[in-house]
Design a protein around this ligand. Structure first.
Ligand code: UD1
Length: 379
């Protein structure tokens, strides 16, 4: 019997953190002579050294087998370029399954391409919903989940979202969080790295901002920095800046206690968050990481697709009202951080559960070949 072939897709910074343990769990099973063949695909959505290569190195991810090298562009350009390049990769490698993670443009582009070729799709981190259709990630999540054959979820609220959308229970598997698998694997190394000069354990805050909704609106950004400048009076703030945000900062007056640095690689960033007093962010993944690390997190957005981190974790949704942001930050700095717990199955073994479920799927009933549905094969 031919081995079942899987293409595991990653394109952007948060994807790399989520695929690392899946790749490792597959390798471990392959050592046990499992009939599985995994190829790693990098779409090239993120391509800079500090947005991509450093993550592969830090996380011990092998060189991608396939690099689509699509680079930046508008949403339509980027998505279309990924689809065209990924279709050729699928035709060449004939996978039985395509595994996509998260909610970035690479996720939806590869899911859609695979599905139209009749290839089965597994979505890792399915079912998260912000109910905010102005977020490109929400559109990516909805479209990917609607066409995936297997939906791997990080919490039971996500299962509920999928069931409410009419997804049959057989497709949904609550497995835990592969981003947290990586965190648990790497936290020891991350904590040993030195902090940037002048910062002391528990005596600084970490700031990240990159969502277009935050950084593309000068008014919203100005409101946020009104608050951050007040917080910086009490505690130094370190701010690793995403390439999207960097040009926007020139128009703002930043308090001298706000230290702007280049984007950090995975390990130094994890170490920085783990030893901080609190995090201020508009990111998705950092809401989850800070919950597991027990570090208070203020999410400066009107909504979150990760409500479990607010319900039981350290996350507080503060929006962009400077008074609210400063009030919650002061409360943390005054020692009133609220108690928190870690969501179920965020235990470091999500990827193993995913790979076990994938390896137990029945073989595909549609034969892979040049006559795949929807394919005009020119070879
Ligand atoms: C993407 C994801 C977002 C994720 C974020 C993490 C989508 C819709 N968004 O947003 O969900 O939270 O990644 O970082 O997929 N750039 C570089 N170097 C790079 C990559 C990008 O300089 O390696 C710059 C380019 O100017 C580019 C801009 O960053 O135009 C935005 O990159 P893009 O991949 O379009 O989206 P992100 O904002 O990074």
């Amino acid at each position: 019997m031919l081995p079942t072939k899987y293409l595991l897709v990653a394109g952007a910074r948060p994807n790399f953190v989520k695929i690392a343990p899946i790749q490792r769990a597959f390798s471990a099973r392959q050592n046990g002579h499992s009939p599985a063949d995994l190829l790693l695909v990098h779409t090239g959505q993120h391509y800079s050294r500090n947005m991509s290569d450093d993550f592969f190195r830090d996380l011990g991810i092998p060189e991608p087998d396939i690099n689509l090298e699509v680079g930046s562009g508008s949403h339509a350009e980027q998505t279309a370029r990924i689809m065209m390049a990924f279709e050729l990769a699928c035709l060449k490698h004939r996978p039985d399954w395509v595994i996509v993670v998260g909610d970035v443009n690479s996720t939806v582009a590869c899911a859609l391409t695979a599905k139209k070729l009749g290839i089965r799709v597994a979505h890792v981190e399915a079912g998260l919903r912000s109910r905010d259709m102005s977020m490109p990630e929400e559109i990516n999540r909805l479209c990917t989940d609607a066409i995936s054959d297997l939906l791997f979820t990080t919490d039971t609220l996500a299962d509920e979202n999928l069931r409410n959308e009419g997804v049959v229970s057989e497709k949904i598997h609550f497995v835990g969080n592969t981003m947290i698998d990586t965190l648990r694997q790497q936290i020891g190394r991350a904590r040993q790295l030195p902090l940037p000069d002048g910062l002391a354990d528990g005596e600084y805050a970490v700031l990240t901002l990159h969502r277009p909704a935050t950084v593309d609106s000068p008014d919203r950004l100005a409101l946020i920095f009104t608050a951050i400048n007040v917080i910086a009076e009490r505690i130094p703030v370190i701010f690793p800046v995403h390439p999207l945000s960097a040009p926007r900062l020139k128009e703002l007056e930043l308090h001298p206690h706000i230290r702007v640095v280049e984007p950090l690689s995975y390990l130094p960033f994890l170490g920085l968050v783990a030893r901080s007093r609190m995090v201020l962010t508009d990111s998705g993944g950092i809401q989850e990481e800070s919950t597991v690390l027990g570090i208070p997190c203020l999410t400066m957005r009107p909504n979150t697709e990760r409500p479990i981190t607010c319900e039981i974790g350290t996350n507080i949704l503060v929006g962009t009202d400077p008074r609210r942001i400063v009030h919650e930050a002061n409360s943390i700095l005054d020692g009133h951080a609220r108690p928190s717990t870690i969501p179920e199955k965020w235990d470091g073994h999500a990827a193993e559960r995913i790979v076990d479920i994938l390896l137990n799927q029945p073989p595909c009933s549609v034969p892979a070949g040049p006559n795949w549905p929807g394919v005009k094969c020119t070879q």
